[in-house]
Design a protein around this ligand. Structure first.
Ligand code: ZN
Length: 371
């Protein structure tokens, strides 16, 4: 029997998150029902809620869920009721990139995760008053007390680690860490520059601090964030409001430039300046997403020194391997995510969004009352 659950529904672009009862469909053969314990709030949720992306509204967002498996479909083998899970994006498991270990580049990624609002077969996972709601967001729609998720979205995790402390692994943290570990792969003595010290940027700083890079530069206009970046492993900080970025990086690196740059701001002016700070054979990873259709101008001759500009989705992570490794680091205190997290009761989602927008909380995590 489909069950009723409480969810934060966005009625239309620009409308607030409003808690109401919705009907969750029964799990299909490869799906599970998860009781949410925690769910991180990410800028992509706010981008969709504001109407900036063509996701079907009214609908339920949320894509950094963590919880406990309650029920599983007949073909599910990876998880069982009672398992603690982190929810991440979904993928088909069968295309060339999925088979190659790169599910974030699945050929069905956009419709299955961001734009479709339904299962791959076109059916809805959520409804209200007999009408379908936009759901299946990143394979989960976890701003709800219960969520229906694809088995491929679920990563079983160590039950000893509090779910509130690891919910953001499903999107923001794996994106920032993956930019450094999976793309830049710093060599001994490298300089890594992180543009923007939000949740993704600070995750990249922490990942660089766990790598052979010896110079880690955090760039942001907010002084408290730069201070936090230093505590998390940045060796240098630059406030581009008071110092020229290229000159600062040249000064820090003795004129060589950055071996790796992680661009998290989504601002194409910042992206351009980041490319200009690259050393020969340096790589800039584009993580921040500007509005669809945005273009950027680059100095072509400036690229000829072996420079690379690489786009990235979700850290190019193979979630089943990557997320448990990050959980282990959190458990051992080597990836101090708690420094980024502020917790809010699910009912206070509006305040969580406001605090995030105003920069008071880097990574709001919603918490749900018990079973
Ligand atoms: Zn695929």
């Amino acid at each position: 029997m489909p069950q009723t659950t409480r969810a934060a529904v966005v009625e239309s672009g620009g409308a607030p998150f409003t808690l109401c009862d919705v009907v969750l469909d029964d799990p299909g053969p490869n799906e599970a029902v998860i009781r949410l314990v925690a769910a991180g709030v990410c800028h992509t949720d706010l981008g969709v809620a504001s109407g900036g992306l063509p996701f079907p509204l009214p609908g339920v967002l949320g894509h950094e869920g963590a919880g406990v498996v309650e029920a599983v479909g007949a073909a599910v083998t990876r998880v069982a009721p009672g398992d603690h899970v982190v929810l991440s994006f979904t993928s088909c498991g069968d295309c060339r990139d999925c088979r190659g270990g790169h599910p974030a580049y699945c050929s069905t990624w956009l419709p299955l995760n961001l734009l479709g609002g339904r299962r791959a077969d076109g059916s809805s996972t959520l409804g209200r008053d007999g009408e379908p709601l936009g759901g299946h967001f990143f394979g989960q729609s976890s701003f709800a007390e219960r969520a229906l998720a694809d088995e491929r979205s679920l990563v079983k995790v160590d039950a000893d680690v509090p779910l509130t402390s690891i919910a953001p692994l499903g999107c923001g943290v794996q994106t920032g860490v993956g930019a450094v570990w999976n793309v830049l792969r710093p060599a001994a003595g490298d300089t890594v520059v992180v543009l923007g010290a939000g949740a993704v940027g600070l995750s990249a700083v922490m990942a660089a601090a766990l790598s052979p890079a010896t110079t880690i530069v955090a760039v942001d206009r907010i002084t408290e964030r730069l201070r936090l970046a230093q505590e998390l492993g940045a060796t240098h900080t630059v406030d581009p409001g008071s110092a020229d970025l290229a000159e600062s990086i040249a000064g820090i690196t003795g004129g060589r430039g950055a071996d790796g740059v992680v661009e998290t701001t989504g601002n194409v002016g910042v992206l351009r300046r980041g490319v200009d700070t690259l050393a020969a054979r340096g790589t800039l990873v584009v993580v921040g997403a500007p509005p669809f259709g945005t273009e950027v101008a680059l100095d072509v001759n400036g690229l000829l020194g072996g420079k690379r500009v690489v786009g990235l989705t979700l850290g190019d992570s193979e979630t089943q391997t990557f997320i448990p490794a990050l959980v282990e680091l959190v458990k051992r205190g080597r990836l101090p995510l708690h420094r980024l997290i502020g917790t809010y009761a699910f009912e206070d989602i509006g305040r969580a969004v406001r605090d995030m927008t105003e920069g008071k909380t880097i990574k709001p995590v919603l918490t749900f009352a018990g079973p």
